[in-house]
Design a protein around this ligand. Structure first.
Ligand SMILES: [Fe+2]
Length: 389
């Protein structure tokens, strides 16, 4: 692995970040129009006291709104149904307010208002068409600190089952027009979702930092984000009402989206596609549960002179307080911390979502190492899945 000193930057959204910034939403919508489709999750936000306030603010700004609810990981059908339902209403702006699944669904809906066939036709590795890149202006308002979808140009859609898939709709123009990140919205995020989404952000930062496509630019983003994870992930899981910890995690999640968009990811996100196509497991739970064993096998295959070895040491220094120790000490400390979190955050085993031992070889064979710093063999990928079955 060699140092990658040349890079190109993907476009990034306008960012409005800060507690209480949800109040800026009507003004941002008005910039593009008066008719907005609000894509939300089914539970916490629409049931909160904040929701009627937001709708009242939109109405007093003269904005007409419609609401479309998404639950679970989004499928092409969920996207197509929204477009069918609201196409004739002349929507001018789409706002996604929710976790990563809601943001991905909303991003795809905004784009598909400008296409005439099912979104499935545009999915990488599934469809037969390339997206035009046309999209309605899309404002992403994350309510979890996780996928970083508010920073990226892709939306992941899936159909689960024997012939299932979990694939991206992707175009440079699909980067949200605005990422409105209000950590105050995350205060009420349930414990297990804070844990799952936080482990997703952690995986994305670590994988993009270690990626063979990493650059000076992405290293800076990823390292800053990993510092926030070391500082605040456990805190948001154990004390969800800590606003400063929520702010740091919201920032880490945004950075994880930016760094993955520019550096790519590793084997764990390879499993996110292959396992995610077979069982309906929340993305963050899958990444988190595989994080310990996958990183251990990757570390075992590295040489001490590899850049990735040095990077593991550098990250370990963020997670271990002792000073003046060896590289092995810090790397071991990082791997132990990951294992501790898998235990204490109660990350699920794959069998809890119905994965069977007999399915593992086929899934492992279909798993990409992406830009992992070392190539894990098919046997090693089988071992990873068996370890967390
Ligand atoms: Fe992810």
């Amino acid at each position: 692995m060699s140092w990658n000193g040349s890079f190109a930057l993907a476009s990034s959204p306008k960012v409005v970040f800060g507690s209480g910034k949800l109040a800026a939403l009507p003004g941002l919508v008005q910039h593009w129009g008066k008719k907005v489709l609000l894509v939300t999750g089914g539970k916490s936000l629409p049931e909160s006291a904040r929701w009627p306030n937001l709708l009242a603010q939109l109405e007093s700004a003269g904005i007409e709104w419609r609401q479309y609810t998404v639950s679970g990981e989004p499928s092409p059908m969920v996207v197509d149904r929204a477009v069918e339902q609201y196409r004739e209403e002349g929507m001018e702006v789409v706002v996604g307010i929710g976790g990563g699944s809601v943001l991905d669904a909303a991003k795809a809906i905004a784009a598909m208002f400008c296409e005439t066939v099912s979104v499935k036709r545009f999915l990488e590795g599934v469809g037969d068409r390339k997206p035009s890149g046309k999209t309605l202006p899309f404002i992403a308002v994350p309510t979890t600190a996780g996928t970083g979808s508010e920073a990226t140009k892709n939306a992941v859609l899936s159909e689960v089952g024997e012939d299932g898939f979990k694939k991206s709709l992707r175009h440079e123009q699909y980067v949200p027009a605005v990422a409105l990140i209000d950590p105050h919205l995350m205060l009420s995020c349930p414990t297990h979702i804070s844990a799952y989404s936080g482990m997703d952000a952690f995986t994305q930062l670590l994988e993009s930092y270690l990626s063979t496509q990493a650059s000076w630019y992405t290293d800076a983003l990823a390292l800053d984000g990993l510092g926030c994870i070391a500082d605040s992930l456990q805190r948001v899981v154990e004390q969800g009402e800590d606003l400063i910890a929520r702010e740091k995690m919201a920032y880490a999640a945004y950075l994880s989206g930016l760094s993955l968009a520019n550096a790519g990811l590793g084997t764990i996100h390879g499993f996110a596609s292959s396992v995610g196509a077979r069982i309906a497991i929340p993305h963050g739970a899958l990444c988190g549960t595989l994080m310990g064993i996958s990183n251990r096998l990757t570390v075992e295959k590295l040489q001490q002179e590899d850049i990735a070895w040095k990077k593991y040491e550098q990250v370990g220094r963020m997670f271990v307080t002792a000073r003046g120790k060896s590289a092995e000490y810090y790397i071991t400390g990082l791997l132990e911390r990951i294992e501790e979190w898998i235990q204490s955050f109660e990350l699920p085993r794959l069998s809890q979502f119905g994965l069977q031992m007999a399915e593992i070889p086929n899934i492992a064979a279909a798993t990409s190492n992406k830009f992992n710093p070392v190539q894990l063999t098919e046997e090693e990928r089988i071992f990873i899945l068996q370890t967390r079955l």
